[in-house]
Design a protein around this ligand. Sequence first.
Ligand code: TPP
Ligand code: MG
Length: 371
Amino acid sequence: MASKTKKAQIDAKKQLEKVEEQFQMLQILNEEGKVVNESAMPDLSDEQLQELMHRMVYTRILDQRSISLNRQGRLGFYAPTAGQEASQLASQFALEKEDFILPGYRDVPQIIWHGLPLSQAFLWSRGHYEGGNIPEGVNVIAPQIIIGAQYIQTAGVALGMKKRGEKAVAVTYTGDGGASQGDFYEGINFAGAFKAPAIFIVQNNRFAISTPVEKQSAAKTIAQKAVAAGIPGVQVDGMDPLAVYAAVNEARERALNGEGPTLIETLTYRYGPHTMAGDDPTRYRTSDQDNEWEKKDPLVRFRKFLEDKKLWNEDRENEVIEKAKEDIKVAIKEADDTPKQKVTDLMSIMYEEMPYNLKEQYEIYKEKESK
Ligand SMILES: Cc1ncc(C[n+]2csc(CCOP(=O)(O)OP(=O)(O)O)c2C)c(N)n1
Ligand SMILES: [Mg+2]
């Protein structure tokens, strides 16, 4: 028979509060583009600040164009990115070319800015194998569709880097939904145990398709999940490029100093649908909620910040927009001009040495394709 303990041994409220109070959101630039946390300000030159804005504006255009190309049937799978530019691009901006990115399906912008040609990103969207044929020296893998799987791969890549004595880190992204997956916990735990140089980023855009983050976990923050893995975690304003940059930069330094991985939660929002495959966000979000988040827009606040410093103006922005449109036109043409993939291509890229049963099938398809 269950008996009552005389005195509770767990002060549940206090225990949780103690954890939660350590995960206050880091913000440097507020919604008005004013610096509110001077001491956390990253050391970036004027040119670097302009380059970061360039990348965010460019990527917003890429998102808009990708959505219309998808509607025209000229792209395949596409997961919109508008709203998440600070989380995506300021984190990649804190990396070096040697660092390795393991993206999820919404993280195509980061791998483009890490060196993947735009035409290949379009081919990946179309399901063409050339999209995953990553050029030598570009340290990324093709985006992961299985939610959270990249967290385990990242622990492995980071451990490999450590064993080889490389001065580089492995960086991965998942979403708020991804943080409920077993793979998420296994990845951060393993990397923590081996002090592997990894950075685990969770872009908390408040929804996993239509499931709100409040239904995802009883934890108040995703950042606090780091505690159980024995690694540091931080929650940052994911609409603030400077806060995201500062957090990733610090995590990278720790990793390179042999201090192991960090978990970074960025608070953000996706303005568009989950993907272009029929999701209708008006069924699970209110327009008030959308408006509230659009006021936090990363481009708006960073533009104000740069304009105040006389580092940005309309002409500059228009140049970036034109450049993005031109690049997209060229890249989509390159994707169109790429030879269509054949069944035999899929077989031959899969194996260094093809198994005998596939060899038979390969010959059959080769014969068919020659007609
Ligand atoms: C293992 C697994 N389960 C389910 C899915 C289907 N699925 C695709 S996206 C998604 C939601 C993910 O949400 P979140 O992690 O918050 O990322 P976001 O799309 O918001 O960037 C789900 C459940 C999947 N791809 N993989
Ligand atoms: Mg999400």
